[in-house]
Design a protein around this ligand. Sequence first.
Ligand SMILES: [Fe+2]
Length: 303
Amino acid sequence: MKGVTQLGYMGFEVKHLEAWEKFTTEVLGLGIRERQADGALRLCLDSYKQRFFVSEGPLNDVSVFGWEVADDAALAEVVARLEGVGVRVTAGSAEEAALRSVEKLVKLEDPSGNPLELYFGAERASQPFVSDVVQGGFVAEEQGLGHCVVSARDKEEATRFYAEVLGFRLSDHIRCTFYGFPVDLSFFHANARHHSLAFGGPQKKRIHHFMLEAKHMDEVGLCFDRALKAGVPIMQTLGRHPNDRMFSFYAKTPSGFQFEFGWGGREVDDATWEPTEYNCISEWGHHPPIAFAPKAPPKEGQR
Ligand SMILES: [Fe+2]
């Protein structure tokens, strides 16, 4: 079955563009490939011309998920499956494709109302991006920009849509409780990256987080340092997930949803992979620091 091959790009419509520029370039280490006349940013992290589109607006959320397919034939096959299950698919105009630097795109919504674009033929930059912040670079290229954990109003409906229609393959599940909250997450891959997509249930925003993966372990600590110094709220401490083996931390973007910055994600080989289930979200770490904040000491004379 032809389907999605990678998470190709993401768009964010943000309230505070200046804060996002500082955050994406100085904390995450992304590059500005282009600044549009209205101030919108096109950001890069590898040889793809652009991976993130950040524009100013009231939404303060993800504005688009761009999922890549191999070619025109793959796009036609996926669109036929979408229309077969009653999903409305709109052809993107030549201008829209040019804005994304892709050959052709179509637009649709997933069952939860998340705006998706499917495309092929992404343009590469004449020079691959080399970050002077994340000097070792990112794990990206054919593994896509990273992964995202999206809001899903109904998990079974989302599973049918992403697996049976868009062609994602199940990696595994995590079912447990985490600081009193029930966790029931399913993870899906579209290439060798352990997961490009995961979901559990409805989120306040269109994603819980997106993840970028560095090629070197020290980059995780360096990014943690940059986040601390920039006053970016740390949401989960350093830790390691049991399923993708990612060593990472989580912090808040200027729009309230989170990002994960990691290293060491394992790869999936479809020939031998067996989906399984884990009963913890992390082998160690990934604690919310707020749960460990010291209580105010008793005042003098109150002991
Ligand atoms: Fe993640």
